[in-house]
Design a protein around this ligand. Sequence first.
Ligand SMILES: CCCCCC/C=C/CC(=O)SCCNC(=O)CCNC(=O)[C@H](O)C(C)(C)COP(=O)(O)OP(=O)(O)OC[C@H]1O[C@@H](n2cnc3c(N)ncnc32)[C@H](O)[C@@H]1OP(=O)(O)O
Length: 719
Amino acid sequence: MALFSRVSGSVGLITLQNPPVNALSAAVRQGIVDSVKRALSDPEVKSVVICGENGVFCGGADIKEFGGNMSGPPLIPMIHAIEAANKPVVAAIEGSALGGGLELALGCHYRIAHSKARLGLPEVSLGLLPAAGGTQRLPRLIGVPAALDLITTGRHITAAEALQLGIVDQVTKQSTVNAAVNFALNVAEKPLDARRISTFPCPHSSDLDALFEEAMQKVQKSARGAIAPVACVQAVRAAATQPYNQGMEREKELMATLFTSGQARALQYCFFAQRAVGKWRMPNGACWDTSKPRPVHKVAVIGLGTMGRGILVALAQTGLSVVAVETQEMQLMEAKQAVSGMLERGAKRRGVVPTLHNITYSQNIKSVAEVDLVIEAVFEDMALKEKVFQQLSAVCKPGTFLCTNTSALDIDHLASQTGNPELVVGMHFFAPAHVMKLLEVVYGPRSSPQAVATAMHLGKKMGKIGVAVGNCRGFVGNRMLKPYIEQAFFLLEEGGTPEKIDQALEEFGFPMGVFKMSDLSGLDIGWRVRKGDGLAESSAASQQSPRIRDGRRYSPLGDLLCEQGRFGQKTGHGWYQYDKPGSQLARSDPWLHSFLEGYRAQHGLVARRIDQQEVLERCLYVLINEGFRILEDGIASGPEDIDIIYVFGYGWPRHRGGPMFYAGMVGLAKVLERLEHYHQAHPDVPYLQPCSLLRRLVASGSPPVNTWKEVIKKVRSQL
Ligand SMILES: CCCCCC/C=C/CC(=O)SCCNC(=O)CCNC(=O)[C@H](O)C(C)(C)COP(=O)(O)OP(=O)(O)OC[C@H]1O[C@@H](n2cnc3c(N)ncnc32)[C@H](O)[C@@H]1OP(=O)(O)O
């Protein structure tokens, strides 16, 4: 809806009313159309102000409407009518003016923004383009390079930047509506011809072809198969090269393709999934709206290796007071220097003062006695972590939450080392911890809802997307990664190469394939785990066949590389070779290829041609299958949790929505059929055996992903 009123005698005030972000639903559009008509036909009204209720101008089109039949007045004629009005219309921008919200403002003759407002055209992140004239008006207003930047990245900008670019006419720190009304009174009689952006010529640079060529190359490189950024460039090109009306036609044509695309559906699903994971629920029914976090003022980080340093930086940037403990003097000195550098660089980038003074460094664990929450980030070794938790339990004040940054270890076991297991949760950060957005908050059977709520709240403060998950080996992300990596090893045995397998995964949209990722994180990490599990025995010591463990197929390839000291990037050799230890550019390694040939010959394996489809089906469907098992086990409360973990922590291409959404797009019946096929061919690989939840979903007609929770509830209630 939109409310019309007359203020200051002659200003028609139109207030958008659709909490929480005044999205342009059908009712809001109807309200705007009616109010504009009323303002223009009322002789007492000399000028108009459009604002939003509750300090938010407008969060854009109502994304929830995209899935169904769109009704109500369309946006484009509505905005044209505003621009064509013979009375000045001023947008009063508070909070956000995003997407269709900014396009509405661009249709107004003037824009006044509050200093704290954020503006942007984020449609690209929803798989769309600004199709209510945004791609045609913005370049005419601020020039092609700046418009390309905003439209292809979708980034939100501050009011100050909007003023500098010429998007807004004035920025105020006072009441934006009052400022806009005063402004509207002043411009009431002014001519409007020079204020209609659609009539502006598009400012031209000397070499348009080169400019667009460069822009296209840039988006194609970063988009990894996403189609919206490419369409955005094409639409802006139309603004630069064609008259406004033709440009609008091109915008409409490009939008029509995007609007019904699977990518747009996937990205819009991600938008809502990202918000859904904040509404966490534990199997015992405790959830986000009944469990309140406890205030946290002082935090400690224990262990200042790579992960600890990243966590420390992310914490210090929140403004919290942090005690950083590292018992090794040398490591402490190095960490101090590294953390200061990271904080200074981060502050410079964000144009703020570095928060170095928030941190107190210590070598003594007793200095955490007064903190409200501890994040332990020592080496991934259970015995070491046990000892730290015993010490923490003894030195911390009563009620201190004890969190462990582990990627796989048993949270409940660590909790059992303390006097108050209900205060213990896992906080699984992803490297680099000050950059990566994902945080798995892991609750054990004894973790209290308040501990989960507090860790989730702290994560949010640190700028993370927290996903609450249950306690099992590898939690959600790494548990699903295991069968994925295993399949990649098997594909190598059967004739694949790291290059071909990585290429298939990168063409699918991952930033790097499984072998490059493995080289980056270090082959020795998995080797240590496999040794701990008694899997990576050298064949001489082993009683069993080198390719079988407990009756299951096993590939010792990763172990054999580690035995050669090939740990990946850090040693200069892994699945690829690197110019020197620490280099990042992976090059094909002839040694590896002859090693694979020798290995196959030794084990009587005949190499066959493996195509891209098989790589994707085997690696991705097996990972998805484990995702279904995780849902069945109640480790994740819904498919959204898994998808957000994969998109934000494991490089799953966002325009494919995450593994569980992708399974729905492919068709659950097809995923099931291919898993059955591969399991038949490899009966000694249990991960390929389709999970019963997948079978149940297929049997119940493959319902859409947003209804799976209901099916899962039924399945679980029958167990
Ligand atoms: C052929 C068709 C032609 C159509 C032509 C017109 C096309 C226009 C394209 C668009 O305008 S697409 C939309 C562009 N806008 C956005 O992408 C903005 C999305 N929203 C945000 O970025 C944020 O929500 C915010 C506005 C910055 C506010 O952030 P905040 O952290 O304060 O709140 P949230 O938790 O994110 O959101 C609160 C609540 O509101 C829901 N919501 C937000 N924006 C929209 C929206 N545009 N449509 C529908 N719903 C929206 C969000 O889902 C949350 O809901 P919940 O139920 O409370 O979780």
